[in-house]
Design a protein around this ligand. Structure first.
Ligand code: AMP
Ligand code: ZN
Ligand code: FE
Ligand code: FE
Length: 286
């Protein structure tokens, strides 16, 4: 029973609407999929309707952008109460700051003669979307400056680029507390994926664990085999469970649905820990 606990839709930087992501999950033969857009719950309703229609179980979640002294941390929050005010406020604050930050990055790039405008980037993102660098990438693809998102990320959009601008994001320990306050289950996404930027050290993950962290996403494309082991060992030492996921972004990344998966036993633990009343949408299969 393949379980994939990390995907993105057009509510953030995926390329397919959330109902299509769920339909693709069914086509890929998944039994359970989680929708975890960056800093938003906007994709939940359409995903829930699609789950019932196509017959795949759905875990509603979010990927919370966090930052510790400039180092980015992504925290998956599963089955959170979408009305919980503390978490909602932080997500809104991050989303607003992402808009200003994208504007600033585009200004810097345009001033250097790179063919991109704020209007083009907004048009790529669409309304109500959590803005991110991938939307700048899409505008650069549209203008013919690069061929793919990947190419944009290895050049002008990379973390150390002169055009890089950061945005507001809560501290990861605070985010763990807020996910728990929202009755959800916090799992740290790709904890050792340092191919694209700095990652926090074990001491920060220990602090997060004290605050209520439940698991580590060990099985992820951005982890080398040694980093998968590192995550598994740290999880064992700290008493955390281990998940695996695709981090699917539609055609925006090579990640394929179900390329990494989570065990049914871990999903059961995750469900048991949730206190929000937001349940896994279970679809009866023949
Ligand atoms: P941002 O959150 O705006 O700083 O952008 C980072 C996001 O861009 C990550 O969460 C990924 O979803 C996406 N991303 C990172 N690297 C790449 C890449 N090489 N190709 C496509 N998307 C990427
Ligand atoms: Zn993303
Ligand atoms: Fe992430
Ligand atoms: Fe992600």
């Amino acid at each position: 029973m393949p379980i994939d606990l990390h995907t993105h839709s057009t509510a953030s930087d995926g390329t397919e609407p959330s109902d299509i992501v769920v339909a693709q999950a069914a086509r890929a033969g998944l039994d359970v999929v989680a929708l975890t857009d960056h800093d938003t719950y906007a994709g939940w309703p359409a995903a829930a309707a699609a789950a019932r229609e196509v017959g795949v179980d759905l875990v509603r979640g979010v990927e919370v952008s966090c930052s510790r002294r400039g180092v980015s941390v992504h925290l998956l929050g599963y089955l959170v109460d979408p009305d919980a005010p503390g978490l909602l406020r932080e997500l809104e604050r991050a989303r607003e700051s992402r808009v200003t930050r994208i504007d600033r990055m585009v200004e810097l790039m345009a001033a250097d003669g790179i063919p991109v405008t704020i209007e083009e980037v907004r048009a790529q993102a669409g309304d109500g979307t959590t803005m991110g660098r991938p939307h700048i990438a899409d505008a650069l693809v549209a203008s013919g400056y690069v061929r793919t998102r990947d190419e944009a990320f290895s050049d002008v959009l990379r973390n150390g680029s002169r055009y890089y601008v950061s945005h507001y994001a809560p501290d990861p320990v605070r985010a763990v507390e807020l996910v728990r306050e929202a009755g959800g289950v916090p799992v740290m996404a790709h904890p050792f994926a340092n191919g694209r930027g700095w990652t926090v050290d074990d001491a920060v993950i220990e602090e997060m664990t004290e605050a209520g962290l439940a698991g580590l996403e060990a099985h992820h494309r951005d982890h080398r085999p040694s980093e998968v082991r590192q995550a598994e060992e740290l999880a064992a030492r700290l008493g955390l469970f281990v998940t695996g996921s695709s981090d699917y972004h539609g055609t925006g990344k090579e990640n394929r649905l179900g390329e990494n998966t989570t065990t049914a036993a871990v999903l059961a633990q995750l469900e048991e820990q949730a206190t929000s009343g937001v349940e896994v949408i279970r679809v009866r299969r023949p």
